[in-house]
Structure formats: structure tokens, C-alpha cells
Write a protein that binds this ligand. Structure first.
Ligand code: FAD
Ligand code: MG
Length: 365
């Protein structure tokens, strides 16, 4: 069976962690006059977390903004070193190398993020599960060795995927993680959200009053938009080339996170295999959703939820959304009658559908 990576590796990496999403951000040019003061726009772009990240700050003191951008990049590198499954010295790798043989001492931060991941696993009935690591590794999606795994090995990986078997213990001498034997943790579905929150906290602490943080499509905005009114974010069209959007969300002081199957995948035997897995089968989730965008105050929650809802599909996803407070969503669903866009009630006035071929469904909350 021939296996072909859809895009050259370099391009995959560009899209990759951007995997997800989204956004074309409609920003005005560098400076704008804010009454009597001129606001500077300072932007920094880098390749971290397996993706292109971009932080944009607005303020009056460009030297200070530049220093804050330095600090932000250092913070992202620090957290990547703690949470990446690809860095051998990370806390996640330490846990994975122990492979359940003994409890592993980790930073309080990594332990607490794993606890939040487990909380979302409980709330989503395991649709989101940070012990998905063995499945993720077997498929290798986004790497040059991406391939359909051997069914026996995949079954073993599925058997090891169970968040209930993980304990995080906060002891007087530190935080410890104990997994079941053979389990492998992967925080790829939640860590970009957490890192976004940490960068936001740093920016606020440093006195930045207006910013856009984009960690490969994991977006957060706060403060006033460079354009009058709210921030306007274009949501990536799931069936069109990058940069084509199907709608615009008008938001302020929130995080906007999208999960979809349309960027990080490979093809084998004419079948497309994407990177968000159904933990019950070990195969890419056969979702009736083409993309899930979650808009919420907290980016960690939005990241976990966007991945979870993609796995859960439309009906279960809507049920969960109805239980949640202060969470808005835009779901693009593939239905027999065509592509339907569902927008939660709280966002309906702040969402503009741009693709005439898509039909806006009734409000769902
Ligand atoms: P999301 O929907 O947010 O998450 C999908 C990811 O979650 C999958 O890639 C998988 O890791 C995991 N996942 C899949 N199914 C489930 C499930 N059912 N439950 C829970 N989790 C699931 N990419 C690289 O190519 N190279 C790197 O070196 C690299 N380093 C990274 C380091 C860090 C700290 C982080 C946070 C990400 C890194 N990435 C890297 C990107 C990462 O591999 C994923 O591409 C990215 O996190 C997926 O995010 P997403 O927004 O595309 O999709
Ligand atoms: Mg996610």
C-alpha cells in the first residue's frame, strides 16, 4: 500500500501545528492614531511548538514592547521544554519513559495541566484523553514515517488509552505522576491552549494593554482591537486553501481555538488519515464535523474542547455545549443536505457567515 505525505515536510510544518486553524486576522496597519497618542504595533514570529507562532502587541513604548516579546518567546520555549512529547528531557517524556513502572516527579505546572486534561476526559466521556500517546505515536502523523499501523499494535495502544489509570499526586516533596504500565501521555490537544494562557498572563503582568497571541491557530486577544470595535477573526474554511475563510467572528478578551481534519494528515490507498483520534478505535475520528471552533475566556479549556467536540461529533458535541457556561462555538457540520454552520446563541450576533454555499442552522443554545 503506497503511503504519501500530502505536503512536503516543510509545508506540513508550516501548516502543521497551525493545523488547526483558523484565522485570518483582519488587522489594520502598523500604527493608528488613538486620540492624541500614536499606538505602535510590534510583532514577533517564530517557529516553536512545531508551528509558526506570532505575537502582536500594541502600545506606546516600542522598546518596552520589544522586551516583552523577548520574554514571551522565552516563556513559550520554557513551556515547550516542559510539555513537549518530542523533547527527551520534558516532564511528559520523563513520565513516558517510566512507562508506568514508577511514579515520576514532575513540575507542579505539568502535573496540574495533566489534571485539567483528565478533568476534560471525564467531562467528555473519554473523547478527549491525554493517554492517547501510544495511538498518536503509532500513526506518526506529521512525521515522515506516517503510516497506517498494524491492527494488533493499534489494539494494544487502544487498550492502554485510559485516563482513569493516571494519578497526579501533590505531595509535600513535589508533584508525582503515575500512569498504568505501557501508557504514553500526549498533551498535544491541550498544551497550546495552556501556553497561550501563560503568555497572556505574562503580557498583562508586564503592563501590555492590547495584544493578539497566535500559537499556530490557538488565538487569544485582549484589550482594544487596532481597528475600532471588536477584534474580527476570519475562520479558516475547512474545504478551501489556507487563507480562505467561511465566516468572521467578532470578539474581545477571549480565546478562539479551532480543531479540524483538513491540515495535518496523510493519504494512503486513497484514504485520508488525520491526527485527531477516536480513542475507542485508535483510528482518526470519523466525525460529521469538518471543523470545531470554540470561543471561551480560557484557552486551555477551548483547546481541550475543540479536540473533544471534533471526536464527539455534532449531536454529542451540542449536548455538551448546552451544559457549559460561557463557552461559544461555531461548528461546521457535513450533513446530507450540505454543509451546515451551527453557531451558539451567545455568539449569533457576533458571527458573520461569508460562504453562500454554507447554510446557517438555527441557534443551538
Ligand atoms: P488539536 O485538535 O488541538 O489537537 C490534536 C492533537 O491532540 C493531536 O495531534 C494529538 O497530539 C492529540 N490528540 C489526538 N487525538 C486526541 C484525543 N482523542 N484526545 C486528546 N488528545 C488527542 N508538532 C510537530 O510537528 N513537531 C513538534 O516538535 C511539535 N512540538 C510540540 C510541542 C508542544 C509543547 C505542543 C503543545 C505541540 C507541539 N507540536 C509539534 C504540535 C502537536 O504535535 C500538534 O500538532 C498540535 O498540538 C495539535 O494541535 P492542533 O491545534 O492541530 O489540534
Ligand atoms: Mg485542542
Amino acid at each position: 500500500m503506497s503511503i504519501k505525505i500530502h505536503l512536503p515536510r516543510s509545508i506540513i510544518y508550516l501548516g502543521t501545528a497551525a493545523v488547526t486553524l483558523i484565522l485570518i486576522i483582519f488587522l489594520y496597519s502598523a500604527n493608528r492614531d488613538n486620540g492624541s497618542r500614536s499606538l505602535q504595533k510590534m510583532q514577533r514570529e517564530s517557529y516553536l511548538l512545531g508551528t509558526i507562532i506570532r505575537i502582536t502587541l500594541y502600545g506606546e513604548d516600542s522598546k518596552k514592547l520589544n522586551n516583552v516579546l523577548d520574554l514571551s518567546m522565552k516563556e513559550i520555549e520554557r513551556l515547550e521544554n516542559l510539555l513537549s512529547v518530542n523533547i527527551p528531557s520534558s516532564d511528559v517524556s520523563l513520565v513516558n519513559r517510566a512507562s508506568g513502572e514508577y511514579p515520576v516527579k514532575v513540575s507542579e505546572e505539568a502535573g496540574s495541566l495533566l489534571e485539567r486534561a483528565i478533568e476534560w476526559s471525564e467531562r467528555t466521556g473519554g473523547a478527549f484523553d491525554p493517554t492517547v500517546g501510544k495511538i498518536v505515536k503509532l500513526w506518526g502523523i506529521g512525521t515522515e514515517s506516517a503510516a497506517v499501523p498494524d491492527p494488533e499494535q493499534l489494539k494494544e495502544a487502544v487498550d492502554m488509552t485510559d485516563f482513569r489509570k493516571v494519578s497526579v499526586l501533590h505531595e509535600v516533596n513535589g508533584t508525582f505522576v503515575q500512569t498504568a504500565k505501557g501508557q504514553r501521555i500526549d498533551l498535544g490537544g491541550i498544551a497550546k491552549g495552556y501556553i497561550t494562557e501563560k503568555v497572556k498572563a505574562l503580557l498583562i503582568n508586564e503592563g501590555v494593554s492590547s495584544a493578539l497571541i497566535d500559537l499556530g491557530g490557538n488565538i487569544a486577544v485582549f484589550g482594544s482591537s487596532p481597528k475600532p470595535g471588536k477584534w474580527k477573526l476570519g475562520l479558516q474554511h475547512p474545504f478551501m486553501p489556507r487563507g480562505e475563510y467561511f465566516g468572521i467572528a467578532e470578539v474581545s478578551d477571549v480565546s478562539v481555538v479551532t480543531s479540524g481534519a483538513y491540515e495535518r494528515y496523510f493519504e494512503s490507498g486513497g484514504i485520508r488519515y488525520h491526527h485527531i483520534f477516536d480513542t475507542a478505535t485508535g483510528y482518526p475520528a470519523l466525525s460529521d464535523l469538518a471543523s470545531v471552533t470554540i470561543i471561551s475566556e480560557d484557552s486551555t479549556d477551548a483547546d481541550a474542547l475543540s479536540t473533544a467536540l471534533f471526536v464527539m461529533g455534532f449531536e454529542r458535541g451540542i449536548s455538551l455545549l448546552r451544559e457549559l457556561k460561557n463557552v461559544e462555538a461555531v461548528l461546521v457540520a457535513k450533513k446530507t443536505e450540505g454543509t451546515i454552520v451551527y453557531v451558539t446563541k451567545g455568539l449569533s450576533k457576533g458571527f458573520l457567515l461569508k460562504d453562500p454555499a454554507m447554510k446557517k442552522a438555527p441557534e443551538v443554545q
